[in-house]
Design a protein around this ligand. Structure first.
Ligand code: P71
Length: 523
């Protein structure tokens, strides 16, 4: 066999993931198995160079082969932190055992949040670069309105600079002091804005959401009897609106079923109680419906999403998650011009123009592209599969996690991981710190520290969920990274009995998880 018979498979540097290379190997193996049916080619034009050759042939009847990997390649790389374990021990101490306070350059794999951490596409960067900076109505704004109307089915599109800006405006225009807002669990900024507007928050999520061991597939659902009971007790005019979150973050990234959205809207619309989605992770919720609800197996993400949003009067969005951009948000209403008028008035006061919400035209351009990419079935499928793969690796090692695995994050159950630490010694906070020391992976506490103190009693709330969140940024990490994360956590689990709790050395009054500082209880 001479050199002429070789087919080089040359590997570009830092472009393909190991998983993609494995898929290529699998494809070659599959072809090799079927080599007997591969016909020869007949040259029809020759020349000294390969690219001058032309052949005639016919296609063999080969088994179909689908490459099973993320549907993109690496384009630009970023260096990560490489401290030794001893250096990390010093770094976490200097950060008061609070992973928020670590320097980002000291983190190797950053799973603090999926917010504002996405890798943008070449298409998004090209659009960013091409946008004309203008204080007036830009083409980018017009395109954004077009794309978002089409994606959501909502007529009134109001850009904001982040999710909490949209929450602020919605709370101010919809809540009269003393009114109730019912929601499926809560998110910190959402609830804070509702309370600042004089609202009283009532949690109406299904009971299963509070049980980390339940495997109920729709742990984001609203409990209809709970909702109905509050309406009957106070009267529909006392309910400001329903605050309905997709892929409920604090419950572990748990989806809402289509049936539940339909039923909640069916109950509220005749009573004139508005339903507003926190649609921050809408595409991930849509993907869960596609996967778990047999009625939607063959429906594409775009159509599932349109139906989901039909069962609501509007939405707020933090674009920093599913929209695949790192700044931006959205407030949208289906058809109510009066709410839109009031909202745009506040937008001008607090945010910026009605045609930009305080964002640059370049940011708006990235959002439009990001929304289109978010609706790609191959992208969203791979995204959710990656998170689930990490969950599966941990489950196989009997690590206690919230089940079923969520779509944007895996949540470790610190109560079961460190059962010997009382909740007032903040087991989740300590576990996040310990994971950093062991592995260089940064995670986030979502438990007693985040929930805060009851203002009446001064006691810690001691919530049922005491969790550490491993949040997966979009399009950033590979399966090898997930394996390294799982292996590190397994090592921490093996020495869990040596780990002790923490006490506050500095405790801010509001949102104490951001800036709070701790010391080990044993010191
Ligand atoms: C996350 C964040 C970012 C965050 C914000 C505050 C404290 C800790 C972390 C932000 C959300 C969210 C949902 C469901 C609204 C916001 C606020 N999440 N709703 O998970 O998850 O959006 O940051 O753009 O203002 O790390 P904003």
């Amino acid at each position: 066999m001479g050199r002429d018979n070789l087919v080089p498979v040359q590997i570009p540097r830092q472009v393909l993931t190991n998983r993609q290379l494995e898929s290529i190997a699998d494809a070659i193996i599959s072809l090799y198995r079927q080599r007997d049916v591969v016909p020869a080619l007949e040259p029809v034009r020759e020349g000294p160079w390969c690219d001058q050759m032309r052949y005639r042939g016919f296609f063999a009847d080969l088994e179909p082969y689908e490459i099973d990997s993320i549907p993109y390649v690496i384009h630009t790389i970023e260096r990560v932190g490489r401290l030794s374990q001893e250096e990390r021990r010093l770094a976490i101490r200097a950060a008061g055992y609070n992973t928020f306070l670590l320097r980002s350059v000291d983190v190797t794999i950053d799973l603090l949040t999926d917010s504002g951490t996405s890798a943008m596409s070449t298409d998004q960067w090209a659009a960013y670069d091409a946008a004309r900076a203008t204080p007036c109505t830009s083409d980018e704004y017009r395109r954004l309105v077009h794309v978002l109307r089409d994606a959501t089915g909502y007529q009134h599109i109001i850009p904001t600079h982040q999710g909490r800006a949209a929450e602020h405006i919605l709370s101010q225009i919809m809540i009269k002091p003393g009114q109730i807002v019912q929601g499926n669990m809560y998110f910190t900024t959402t609830k804070l804005h509702q309370e600042l507007a004089g609202g009283v928050f009532a949690d109406v999520i299904v009971e299963a959401a509070h049980d980390p061991t339940s495997t109920y597939p729709w742990k984001g659902n609203i409990d209809l009897p709970k909702l109905r009971q509050i309406v009957e007790q106070h009267g529909p005019e006392q309910i400001a609106y329903i605050s309905f979150e997709h892929s409920v973050n604090m419950a572990g990234g748990q989806p809402v079923s289509m049936d539940n959205m339909r039923a909640v809207y069916g109950l509220c619309a005749p009573l004139r109680i508005p339903v507003f989605f926190d649609a921050t992770r809408m595409a991930e919720n849509a993907r869960m419906i596609q996967k778990r609800d047999p009625h939607y197996h063959d429906t594409n993400i775009r159509d599932i999403l349109r139906e989901m949003l039909m069962y609501g009067d509007g939405c707020t969005v933090s674009g920093k998650k599913d929209f695949l951009i790192n700044i931006g948000g959205l407030l949208a209403f289906r058809d109510n011009a009066e709410w839109t008028y009031d909202a745009e008035h506040l937008l001008r006061i607090y945010e910026g123009n009605t045609t930009d919400g305080g964002l640059s035209a370049a940011d708006l351009a990235c959002i439009s592209r990001g929304v289109e990419e978010m609706l790609d079935d191959r992208y969203i499928g791979a995204r959710v599969r990656q998170t689930e793969a990490l969950g599966q690796m941990l489950l196989e090692a009997d690590i206690p996690i919230v089940t079923p695995p969520g779509s944007h994050a895996i949540f470790l159950d610190a109560k079961r991981f460190l059962p010997h630490i009382d909740q007032d010694a903040f087991p989740a906070q300590r576990l996040a710190a310990e994971i950093y020391v062991e592995t260089g992976v940064r995670a986030m506490e979502r438990g007693n520290v985040s929930k805060g103190r009851n203002p009446k009693t001064g006691e810690n709330y001691r919530p049922s969920l005491e969790l550490v969140r491993l949040t997966i940024p979009r399009r950033v990490y590979t399966r090898d990274h997930m394996r390294a994360v799982a292996d590190g956590i397994i090592r921490v689990y093996q020495r869990r009995e040596e780990i002790e709790g923490l006490r506050f050395v500095y405790e801010p009054e509001k949102l104490r998880f951001f800036q709070g500082r701790f010391a080990p209880i044993e010191e």
